[in-house]
Design a protein. Structure first.
Length: 233
């Protein structure tokens, strides 16, 4: 059964994954945007090549936190596995139908057919979790994860979608992605924004006296003598 949203898929790890993904994406965007500006290129093809760095950055950060890795065939990309779900960071092309056409290569199609990893290998973040291979009892959430991993044929996919230009990182959203095998399109469950640019508010003028205090100072007007008139006697 496909989870209804990324938080439903990631469980207790949702907050940590969201924070880490946002930090990795914003850092990578800043570096590529600066490199594009320095290069003076008229074209954004070099800027768009950050897609693989995004995959590697997020995988490496989650790997350092103790999460497992799934190697995606045939390209061999390493994807992090969190709560028995794959996390794939993708810079969305500019076309309007790009999200639904995510599964446009054999490698991306295979991300929807990844078998579960060994369910006895627990994720980090649980207090008192048994070591791999331990016969210790597991409780509520742990047991549910083990049962789900053992019975589901594939791991759910949390797809992180990044929209950006050399001038601006526009948005970061995520959703649980599901492939429609017949149509060859991708459907999304629980799509939501996890990062948007901060609104820029212009500073009000500070050297203007407020209208609710003080005395308004109008322009000084002096009477002018009309040309050709004689002065009073």
């Amino acid at each position: 059964m496909v989870p209804v949203s990324p938080p439903a898929a990631l469980g207790l790890h949702t907050s940590d994954v969201r924070e880490l993904v946002v930090a990795a994406v914003t850092s990578r965007h800043t570096r590529f945007a600066e490199a594009h500006e320095v290069s003076g290129s008229r074209y954004a093809m070099g800027f768009g090549s950050q897609w693989l760095d995004l995959l590697v950055d997020v995988h490496d950060e989650l790997r350092r936190r103790g999460y497992r890795t799934y190697r995606l065939p045939p390209a061999g990309y390493k994807l992090p596995v969190v709560n028995d779900c794959l996390v794939y960071v993708w810079r969305v092309p500019g076309s309007a139908d790009a999200p639904s056409s995510f599964a446009s290569s054999p490698t991306r199609v295979n991300v929807f057919h990844a078998p579960p990893l060994d369910p006895t290998l627990f994720e980090p973040g649980y207090t008192g979790e048994p070591e791999p291979g331990s016969s210790a009892d597991v409780d509520g959430a742990d047991l549910e994860r083990v049962v789900r991993a053992a019975t589901d044929s594939v791991m759910p996919l949390v797809l992180v979608m990044v929209r950006s230009t050399p001038r601006q990182l526009q948005s970061i959203t995520w959703a649980v992605a599901e492939l429609d095998e017949d149509a060859g399109t991708v459907n999304f469950h629980g799509q939501e924004s996890i990062w948007t640019p901060e609104a820029v508010v212009a500073n009000p003028t500070t050297d203007v006296e407020p209208f609710d205090s003080g005395t308004p100072q109008g322009p000084t007007v002096e009477p002018q003598e009309q040309e050709g008139s004689e002065p009073d006697a």
